[in-house]
Every structure is written in structure tokens, then in C-alpha cells.
Design a protein around this ligand. Structure first.
Ligand SMILES: [Fe+2]
Ligand SMILES: [Fe+2]
Length: 469
């Protein structure tokens, strides 16, 4: 059939931008992809983001390196948001939201299974950030180029945001891979083969690490800067809620509480990983909360640095996530989290923490606590949406969390007897460091603080209120 000749010299009125600023007429005259092909590719991107979310989440708990733990928490959340956006878009394209759970190609499944099962941090980082994400970027860029910018403007819009964040992830991964030991490239070649097969090539590539099904590792691990992870020697809540102590010192203690929250991503990753079959909104919201909790930990880190304190001298425990992950079911752990977050009462809660931060005269700490408080309000809503409806009433939901929490009696003596910790009182050293950086003499009463979590069974609720979340 003959091709028509386009109109020559067509311009917009008074040279105003054409086509609402999307693109030029020439660009929009290229036919581009049909809806069916767009849907096929968008479903493939959806699958990739879903698997990346799953892999990064599942590996948070047992990843020892703090910078990677928090990085995984961030990127898992970003992937969850892109999954949500893609699901919405696909449902707009004459497509019932069915078929979203299908695997686009068995080799693509094997490709991601290999990363989920990667035995080392280095392999995981190289697989996810140096292989999967660059391939996903390239596929999305090709889509952006091949689809019609006018007809498919809604898809191009959301993929533009996805590319922004994928490129950030790529950059993070490149730097991380450089900082970590090099790995044997055999396995990366295997990944490349599987990926090529997922586009139709047939190499007959056998699986290596994913021959056996993945088993989630619930044991929280930390890097060597966390030198005394069973230490329960400083009762942060006792200090914080005691009117005798000044706000400035309490601000320092709150930074400890914030950094200690790195245990929340460790236990939430477990809840998400071991709670299959929920509506997608559940995973999105829980991943948002997990990421918030990782941010709260990083707020603590930033605050310590700002106050001239080496945070490794404050002993950051993993007792809470370890025990929830090994002694409670995922539902019980969710109950404990909700119970604690609801237990943030006015006197000892987030408003109080903000007021203390404000009164400390340290604007940074006030900012940190203000946003921590705002996040907490959101977490309460997330709990009401996804946890409470499992029960007949709010009271039952809270009681369940309370009972689950009571299952974990204080192990202060046990860990000491096992030689895991001496519950050293690290507070004076940390407080003195902060005073030195400030150029003021330590307050003898503050310096003498020496209350531990020993025998706090009767006060568990009060302790719980400050523990995490
Ligand atoms: Fe938090
Ligand atoms: Fe929270």
C-alpha cells in the first residue's frame, strides 16, 4: 500500500508548544506499540519489580552490613511503589487485573530465584544491582522509545519515574559492588544466560543456587561495629521518662532509641516474607513502614554524628528482632508491633519525644523527632488497615499483641549466663563524648545513670512503649 506524504510545514498556533508538551507531531506520527504488546511488556516489568521487592525484603534480616540492610529497605520500598503503579496502569489497558500473578517466562523466574538464593552478600549485590537492574533499565528505555508518546502517555509517565529511581538504585549498587570483595563471574554469566533465555534464546541453562527452594533466614545479623548485640544494660525509657534529667541528655538517649530501631526492619522483613497471599496493598504498606523504620535508625545515626558521638560505643541490641523472629509467629510479631505502636501514650509517646527534642535546643533532633512522630501516625493507620481486621474488635487485636509480647519474658539473665553479654553500662562513655563535643562538663547526676532492663518484667508495657516502632 502506498504511504501518504505528511503535511509539510504544519505548525502550532503562534508556535505554542505542540501536543500539550508531550512530544512533537513528528514523534507522535511514529505508530509505536499496540496495546497488547504494551500490556505484555508492562506485565514483565511488573514481575521484575515484584521479584526485586521480594528478594531485597527477604534478605534484610540476615544481611549483616548496616548500610546494605538500610539500602535494601529503601529499594524494596521503591520497587513496591512501582509494582503498585504498574498494576494500576495495566488494569487501565482493557485488561482485567487478572494475570498479574503469572510468571512471564520460566527463565525469568529462574533468573530471580538465583538471586534470592545467592549464598553471599557480594553475589546478591552483583546479581540484583549489576545484572537485574541494568537489564530492567534497558528494557524500560526500549519501551519508552518504541511506544507512541501520545497514545501511551500514561505508561510513559510512570515509567519515567521508575527509570529515575532505577538509575539511583543502579548507582548505589555500582558503588556497593566496588566496595565489596569481587566475586567469581561464572555465576553472573549464568544469570546472563537465563536472562537471554527469558527473551526466547534457548541455552538450556541449569539453575545453580536455586536448585533447592529458597529458605528464608530469620536470624538477624549485624556487622562488626555492633559489638555487644545482647546488651540490655541501659534502660533508655527509664532515663527518658525521668523528670530529673535534662532535655539535652534525653535527646542523646533518644538517638540511641532511634538507631536501635534497625531491629524493626529485621522483624518486619520476616512478617512480609512469611505472610504470603495478601492483597498487594498489604505488601506496599508494610514495605513503606519497614522503610520508615530503617529511616528512623538512620536518623539516629545522623544525630549521633551531628553531636560528635561515635555510635558504636552505644550498644545496639538485636535481642528484640531475634526473639520475635524465632519465638513468635508472623501474626504474633505483627501483633507485638501494633501493640507497641499503639502503646505510645501521650506521656511517653511521640509527642513527648518531640517536645523533649525541641526543649533540648538542638534543631536537628527536633526535626528528626517531628518526622518520627508523623511516621508513627501513619504506622498506626497501616496497622488498623492490615492487622486489626483479623480480630473481632480493636481490643481483641491489642490483647493478642499484648499476649504475644508477654511470651517473650526478659532474657537478661539467660544471655548473661550464656556469656553473650555482660550488660555493660555504656551510657557514661557516650554521654561524656557528647559533652566533650559540646565543650561542657558532664552533669554528675546524668553521668551516674545506671538502670538496666534487668527484672523489668513487671514494667514490660512501659518498656515496650519505648522499645521500638
Ligand atoms: Fe520507628
Ligand atoms: Fe513505627
Amino acid at each position: 500500500m502506498p504511504t501518504p506524504t505528511p503535511l509539510a510545514g504544519y505548525t502550532s498556533y503562534k508556535n505554542l508548544p505542540q501536543l500539550a508538551g508531550l512530544c512533537t507531531i513528528e514523534e507522535a506520527m511514529q505508530p509505536g506499540l499496540l496495546v497488547e504488546e504494551c500490556v505484555r511488556r508492562l506485565k514483565r516489568f511488573h514481575y521484575c519489580f515484584k521479584r526485586l521487592h521480594q528478594i531485597l525484603t527477604a534478605r534484610i534480616t540476615a544481611e549483616p552490613i548496616y548500610e546494605l540492610k538500610t539500602g535494601f529497605a529503601h529499594h524494596a520500598y521503591l520497587c513496591a511503589e512501582h509494582v503498585t503503579a504498574l498494576r494500576t496502569r495495566i488494569a487501565e489497558m482493557r485488561e482485567p487485573p487478572l494475570g498479574l500473578e503469572e510468571v512471564p517466562h520460566p527463565s525469568l523466574e529462574a533468573f530471580f530465584d538465583e538471586m534470592l538464593n545467592a549464598p553471599t552478600t557480594e553475589e546478591l549485590v552483583n546479581g540484583v544491582y549489576q545484572t537485574a537492574i541494568p537489564h530492567l533499565i534497558a528494557e524500560i528505555e526500549r519501551y519508552q522509545h518504541e511506544t507512541n508518546p501520545l497514545t501511551d502517555a500514561p505508561s510513559r509517565r510512570l515509567l519515567r519515574f521508575a527509570l529515575l529511581e532505577l538509575n539511583d538504585m543502579n548507582e548505589f549498587g555500582r558503588k556497593a559492588a566496588e566496595a565489596l570483595p569481587q566475586i567469581d563471574s561464572d555465576w553472573l554469566e549464568l544469570l546472563e544466560s537465563l536472562y537471554a533465555e527469558s527473551h526466547g534464546a534457548d541455552h538450556g541453562t541449569p539453575r545453580r543456587y536455586s536448585v533447592k527452594p529458597y529458605v528464608y533466614d530469620p536470624i538477624p545479623r549485624r556487622d562488626e561495629r555492633f559489638t555487644d548485640p545482647w546488651n540490655q544494660g541501659v534502660n533508655a525509657e527509664s532515663f527518658l521518662y525521668n523528670e530529673a534529667y535534662p532535655a539535652r541528655a534525653k535527646a542523646l538517649m533518644m538517638l540511641y532509641k532511634r538507631l536501635r530501631e534497625i531491629d524493626v526492619p529485621e522483624m518486619m522483613a520476616r512478617i512480609i516474607t512469611q505472610t504470603p497471599g495478601q492483597p498487594w496493598g498489604y505488601y506496599r504498606d508494610m514495605s513503606r513502614q519497614l522503610w520508615d523504620e530503617a529511616r528512623h535508625a538512620m536518623m539516629g545515626e545522623v544525630g549521633f554524628v551531628a553531636l560528635g558521638v561515635d555510635w558504636t560505643k552505644a550498644k545496639i541490641t538485636l535481642n528484640w528482632s531475634y526473639r520475635l523472629n524465632t519465638e513468635c509467629t508472623p501474626m504474633e510479631a505483627h501483633g507485638v508491633l501494633y501493640f507497641i505502636e499503639q502503646g505510645l501514650m501521650p506521656r511517653t509517646g511521640k509527642r513527648y519525644e518531640f517536645e523533649v527534642a525541641r526543649d533540648s535546643g538542638l534543631p536537628l533532633i527536633a526535626t528528626l523527632q517531628d518526622f518520627d512522630w508523623a511516621d508513627e501516625v501513619l504506622h498506626s493507620q497501616i496497622g488498623r488497615e492490615w492487622y486489626v481486621p483479623h480480630f473481632a474488635s480493636l481490643k481483641e487485636a491489642l490483647d493478642y499483641g499484648d499476649r504475644a509480647w508477654s511470651k517473650i519474658l526478659s532474657n537478661w539473665t539467660t544471655v548473661k549466663e550464656q556469656g553473650l553479654t555482660q550488660h555493660e553500662n555504656w551510657w557514661p562513655a557516650v554521654y561524656e563524648m557528647a559533652c566533650r563535643a559540646e565543650g561542657v562538663p558532664p552533669d554528675p547526676t546524668v553521668l551516674a545513670f545506671n538502670e538496666t532492663y534487668e527484672g523489668k518484667r513487671a514494667d514490660l508495657k512501659e518498656v515496650a512503649a519505648g522499645l521500638s516502632g
